[in-house]
Design a protein around this ligand. Structure first.
Ligand code: GLU
Length: 395
């Protein structure tokens, strides 16, 4: 079983990032699981040089470890390219929907189409964006691709600027359109893909693959089956479940990433049948499309989404808030144990933010207290429990 750290190297980690990292590490290590580190540097304009090294240094300083070499998304473009190549580009050829006979003639999603809309076009045609960044795409270019697939394909082939979107199931296909999962902190979740998520970008018009796509490809390919992250990504989980469904339905092999990245080769052994089949048939590792008998169906990962941490003014902590980043705290002489104590307290693991180490929390770790109270946390310098160093940094 495998967990992961998946930081974006867009700046120095702050306390909120460290709370999520601590939860992910405790979840994996308390159950004796593997822990991988994936540097999510796919969105190159947002990447800060050296931020990957700071992340690794801060994790190590705090006492959290990982297995194998870090995986960099920027070095896995071939894998993403191949994975995208598996997805059909015509409505009729998609195999991800679980349509009943009556629905089989309908468009059941799971196919890609070029989207020529600008942001302004989409804004003008959509409901306002929701708090977690989702804007439901109004379907303009899906309608074009369905009504006139040749025109749509020709415009893309002629170089007209376009992104690639993944079609969601039709709302009439309730089974495929509904995503259910039980979050270990937030409990049962239900999303309708068509109305709650909308057709989503897989590859942007600047050529970069989207976060939602690469994170799903990577979690599948690396054998990640336990995901711990901020609650702002709850809705993304529904989208990632659909991307995962379409990838697997179109032949994405769970051991595919291993050929692209030998550093995580051991993780294939964690899937039922994975290693045995792979050993018996080495060819299966060299292609994204494994023979059916050697393609173990990957189980859906377990998810734990954790509350966000707000600053004293009630705004979510951001990397630009320098006073709470690990560099600033370390420069002020704050110790690793002091930072860990605050993070553990924010996770509800200890009653007071006493200094401690991640390893000292392993024996007691459970999601129970967080499950009971998963409201966002606020760093309140006026609270009697707030240590002086934190009150100074927040204030
Ligand atoms: N890289 C993302 C972030 O730093 C996390 C992605 C994930 O956990 O799925 O917000």
């Amino acid at each position: 079983m495998t967990g992961r750290f998946a930081p974006t190297p867009s700046g120095r980690m702050h306390i909120g990032n460290m709370v999520a990292m601590l939860a992910a590490w405790l979840d994996s290590r308390s159950r004796g699981r593997r822990m991988l580190l994936r540097i999510e540097d796919i969105d190159t304009p947002r990447v800060l040089p050296d931020a990957d090294r700071w992340i690794m240094d801060d994790l190590t300083w705090l006492g959290m470890d990982w297995d194998g070499e870090p995986v960099y998304q920027s070095q896995r473009l071939d894998l993403y390219e191949q994975a995208m190549g598996l997805l059909p580009r015509e409505a009729g050829s998609a195999s991800a929907g679980t349509a009943s006979d009556a629905d089989s003639a309908a468009d059941n999603g799971g196919w890609l189409y070029p989207c020529f809309c600008s942001r302004a076009d989409i804004r003008a045609a959509s409901a306002p964006q929701e708090g977690d960044g989702f804007q439901i795409y109004p379907g303009t270019c899906r309608a074009l691709a369905l009504a006139n697939p040749h025109q749509s394909a020709d415009r893309a082939a002629q170089g007209q600027r376009h992104s690639w979107r993944l079609a969601m199931p039709s709302p009439a296909n309730t089974a495929a359109d509904t995503v259910n999962f039980t979050d270990r902190v937030f409990g049962p979740q239900t999303y309708r893909l068509s109305r709650g998520i909308g057709d989503s970008i897989i590859r942007r018009s600047d050529g970069l693959f989207s976060y939602q796509f690469v994170v799903t490809v990577d979690d599948l390919a690396m054998g990640v089956d336990s995901i711990v992250r901020g609650r702002d990504l709850l809705r993304s989980t529904a989208l990632q479940a659909w991307i995962r469904t379409t990838l697997v339905a179109n032949g994405f092999a769970v051991d595919a990433g291993q050929s692209a990245d030998q550093d995580v080769a051991q993780s294939t052994g964690q899937h039922a049948g994975g290693t045995a089949d792979m050993d018996a048939n080495p060819a299966a590792t060299s292609s994204l499309i494994a023979p059916p008998s050697s393609t173990p169906t990957p189980l859906a990962p377990e998810y734990a989404h954790i509350p966000l941490i707000d600053n004293a003014a009630g705004r979510r902590l951001a990397k630009r808030e320098r006073s709470l980043d690990m560099g600033a705290l370390r420069a002020r002489g704050v110790t690793a144990e002091q930072v860990t104590g605050v993070c553990a307290h924010l996770l509800g693991l200890i009653d007071t933010p006493e200094p401690c180490t991640p390893a000292s929390l392993l024996g007691e770790f459970s999601w129970e207290l967080l499950r009971r109270n998963h409201t966002d946390r606020k760093l309140d310098p006026a609270s009697p429990q707030c240590p002086d160093w934190l009150a100074d940094a927040v204030g």
